[in-house]
Design a protein around this ligand. Structure first.
Ligand SMILES: Cc1cc2nc3c(=O)[nH]c(=O)nc-3n(C[C@H](O)[C@H](O)[C@H](O)COP(=O)(O)OP(=O)(O)OC[C@H]3O[C@@H](n4cnc5c(N)ncnc54)[C@H](O)[C@@H]3O)c2cc1C
Length: 412
């Protein structure tokens, strides 16, 4: 058994490290356990993030070597290859190198005083008198050790192995999509000033595919799907898609990673006595795009502040920690609910309907109307802000009619 800590954090991903940073800055003794020997590796993620949100979190500008590209444009393709282009007035998103991004947050947390143990897998939670009081950790070439703390924060990511040892309901596997993410080089005629998004049951059923060019001429491509093998769909995208194949059919794939994405919205309950769940483990991921970095980081600020108060008040009961859950609901539930509905709507559309919608958006000039949007994470609020613009309300009306004909009349 080792020294009592204020907080133990399970997982040195961006969310665990960010929570460690904030708690350490608040003067707490924090220990983070990370299973892998290196922070940020293997990287399984496209690292496409909103600049506005990073600024809000105090993380932008990032050191230059972390940022692979910045984007003010995106092309959305239907299965026919029809492209709806969106051109915003300034760069709104960036692609980051996920390994370097995770290391950047880790180093900040270490500088603030957090202690990291790499190659250290938390095997189980230590429960005493109905409270989670610590963890059992296995480290290479050593016998398992118990570490105790006043509070344990679970940022173990999507696997939710430890969460499943508790009474909390883990994320629902029926909302998982299976993803592949690849690094490619030798692209032809690449438009590297924009992100490319490909819809279509033939290429990414239940989600979409992406191509994110980097300034060095290489790119990240990937997709997620709710059925079949993502690797087969990736081949199809690269070789058969009417537009993507023009860039990708001779591309060389350098590296591939496989991982899941949760699209079901946050788990209903994320606290127990002495225990809080955050990040992908709590399914704090946008159901529309699968982006989990920003919501995970935002939630970790709320979690760290409540954990700090709980430790100061000597009350880590579930009843007190509920403030974290309530804080997240207050901050994000409108946006999550809007995004969940939109995901449900997208999944109900046939490829032909999606093609029609993209053509409609193009025809009425939706692109020009949304030129000044820079908040792309809080999608419910962005919708409310833009709803008074004629092209947005006409599009919504069109979507509503499409929704009705898809879900009740089924006229396709
Ligand atoms: C293909 C793909 C593309 C994506 N693209 C984007 C994107 O463009 N933008 C975006 O915002 N999001 C994206 N995401 C989602 C994003 O990657 C996650 O939301 C984000 O990584 C969540 O961070 P986290 O810290 O909660 O979990 P993770 O990053 O998964 O970190 C969890 C950490 O916990 C460690 N761990 C797990 N169990 C234990 C244990 N028992 N003991 C010790 N350590 C443990 C793991 O090794 C890992 O390092 C993508 C996801 C995928 C799969």
């Amino acid at each position: 058994m080792t020294d009592m800590q204020d907080a133990i954090i399970i997982g040195g991903g961006p969310v665990g490290s960010f929570a460690a940073l904030i708690l350490s800055k608040l003067g707490k003794k924090v220990t983070v356990f990370e299973d892998h020997p290196n922070i940020g590796s293997p990287a399984h993620c496209a690292g496409h993030i909103s600049i506005h949100s990073l600024k809000t979190l105090g993380l932008y500008p990032l050191p230059k070597k972390i940022v692979e590209n910045e984007f003010s444009q995106a092309n959305f393709y239907s299965h026919t290859g029809f492209s709806f282009p969106v051109n915003l007035s300034k760069p709104v998103t960036c692609a980051v190198n996920r390994e370097l991004f995770d290391k950047h947050i880790f180093l900040k947390a270490k500088d603030a005083g957090a202690c990291f143990h790499l190659n250290s897998r938390v095997q189980s939670l230590l429960v005493e008198n109905g409270f989670i009081r610590g963890v059992k950790v296995s480290q290479i070439n050593e016998s398992d050790k118990i570490f105790k703390a006043k509070i344990v924060l679970d940022a173990e990511g999507i696997s939710s192995r430890l969460l499943k040892q508790t009474d909390l309901k883990p994320l629902d596997s029926k909302h998982l999509v299976y993803a592949v993410q690849a690094e490619v080089e030798n692209l032809e005629n690449m438009q590297s000033d924009r992100v490319h998004v490909y819809f279509g049951q033939a290429y990414a059923p239940g989600f979409y595919a992406w191509l994110i060019p980097k300034l060095d001429g290489t790119a990240k491509i990937g997709l997620a799907t709710n059925k079949g093998n993502p690797n087969n769909f990736l081949d199809k995208l690269m070789f058969d898609h009417p537009k993507a194949s023009k860039y990708l059919s001779h591309a060389k794939v350098r590296k591939k990673e496989f991982h899941s994405i949760t699209l079901g919205g946050p788990i209903p309950k994320s606290v127990l006595n002495g225990f809080m769940v955050l990040g992908d483990a709590a399914s704090q991921v946008k159901p529309t795009t699968g982006g989990g970095i920003i919501f995970g980081l935002r939630s970790s600020i709320i979690a760290a502040k409540i954990a700090n108060l709980a430790i100061n008040n000597n009350d880590v009961s579930e009843n007190f920690l509920k403030l974290y859950q309530e804080g997240c609901i207050k901050a994000f539930s409108f946006d999550f609910n809007t995004m969940l509905r939109f995901r449900h709507f997208l999944n109900s559309l046939s490829d032909n309907k999606l093609d029609k919608i993209l053509r409609f958006c193009n025809k009425i000039g939706l692109n020009k109307t949304i030129q000044n949007v820079d908040e792309i994470d809080m999608q419910g609020r962005t919708l409310i802000k833009t709803i008074s613009k004629p092209a947005v309300s006409v599009t919504l009306f069109y979507l509503f009619i499409t929704y009705l004909t898809t879900n009740t009349l089924n006229l396709d």
